[in-house]
Ligand binder design. Structure first.
Ligand SMILES: Nc1ncnc2c1ncn2[C@@H]1O[C@H](COP(=O)(O)OS(=O)(=O)O)[C@@H](OP(=O)(O)O)[C@H]1O
Length: 347
């Protein structure tokens, strides 16, 4: 919306009209889109299948408004993920890599802000209840870095068409399921919902019914984008980061156009970033231990175990067999594979 020539009253009226038209559109969609019970109780927690992915009614409004209005800059960077695949970690790493010259080494912003405050979600935060956020002033550090769980196909056109960069992280779906089930379990406790059995969670996950699911479509969308244009989309795996964070961090810096210099490497900058963004360190920072995120989740719930292979402590052999078969079917021919190691590792 170009408001450069409008008076304040005209702008207020434009915003009100846009809000009203969005509300009408969402109300209509709620009546027509396929609908399923969400992971917590309450009709507002129902999930709707919008453009092939599952979305809360609250988020439908922000997704539509950012699809309509968001204008990406060539310099922007987007952290794209499915939930529970390493978003918090990749936000911290991307921010620390890109903005490393903008703060003193002993005054890292991650010591006072959560990764979700430094790299804000477009649909759950920036555009939540606000179709025209003040994007000019929203990111203190430059370049602008935003995050999203929206699948590649449904990203605002300007993200796909501009020269901005997208970093994506995926995780083996079995660990993702266990992480999601534990996370939603904590949300259910807070609102006094009875616990959801693992069988029920497995069934929902298997059918792709969770925020931004189905998993395979999400992963394959970004996988194909990274194959077609590797300079625009970088595809990372949680397991690879756990295995060799320095190597993956250098790859990330190179992709973002800010490779570590020889001097930086000698000074241990790579290891410093890896350390401050590690599960062990971030979990202990005060700001990550208390308080709620702007989308209502306790900060501490973004840090649970941070391990590879925790699924083997929960999933039954028949669940594993069914998921392995599904993974095989869905990813067949794509060239994408997951390590399903049951060996756990800590940061
Ligand atoms: N720094 C760091 N290093 C490694 N692992 C980390 C880190 N921070 C968070 N985690 C683990 O990531 C899981 C949460 O996933 P997301 O951050 O994608 O969640 S969310 O989508 O933003 O809600 C969740 O995984 P599980 O422990 O398996 O549940 C977190 O513990």
């Amino acid at each position: 919306m170009d408001t450069s020539r409008s008076s304040k009253a005209e702008i207020v009226s434009l915003i009100q009209n846009e809000e009203k038209s969005l509300d009408d559109e969402v109300q209509q969609l709620e009546q027509t889109l396929p609908k399923e019970e969400g992971w917590t109780s309450g009709s507002e927690k129902s999930l709707y299948l919008y453009q092939g992915f599952w979305c809360l009614a609250r988020d439908l409004k922000s997704v539509i408004s950012l699809q309509k209005h968001f204008q990406a800059f060539d310099s922007d960077v987007f952290v794209a993920t499915s939930p529970k695949c390493g978003t918090t970690w990749l936000k911290a790493l991307t921010f620390s890599t890109l903005c490393r010259t903008q703060y003193a080494r002993d005054e890292h912003p991650l010591l006072n802000s959560t990764p979700h405050q430094l790299v804000r979600f477009l649909e759950f935060d920036v555009y939540l209840n606000n179709p025209f956020p003040d994007l000019e002033n929203i990111c203190v550090y430059k370049p602008r870095i935003f995050a999203t769980h929206i699948p590649y196909a449904s990203l605002p056109t300007s993200i796909k068409d501009s020269k901005c960069k997208i970093v994506y992280i995926c995780r083996n779906p079995m660990d993702m399921l266990i992480s999601l089930w534990n996370f939603m379990g904590k949300l259910r406790d807070q609102i006094q919902d009875p616990p959801m059995s693992l069988d029920e969670a497995f069934d929902k996950f298997y059918r792709g019914i969770y925020l931004s699911g189905p998993f395979y479509e999400h992963v394959l969308g970004y996988w194909k984008a990274s194959q077609e244009n590797p300079d625009k989309t970088l595809f990372l795996k949680y397991e690879d980061l756990k295995e060799d964070i320095s190597c993956q961090l250098k790859k990330l810096a190179m992709f973002l156009g800010v490779p570590f210099t020889e001097d930086e490497e000698k000074q241990g900058v790579v290891e410093e970033i890896a350390k401050i963004c590690s599960f062990r360190e971030l979990k202990e920072v005060q700001v990550n231990k208390k308080g709620l995120s702007r989308f209502g989740t306790p900060h501490k719930d973004f840090f649970r175990k941070g391990q590879v292979g925790d699924w083997s402590n929960y999933l039954t052999p028949s669940m594993v067999e069914r998921l392995e078969k599904l993974i095989h079917e869905k990813l067949d021919g794509s060239g994408l594979t997951f390590k399903l190691s049951s060996k756990t590792s800590m940061a």
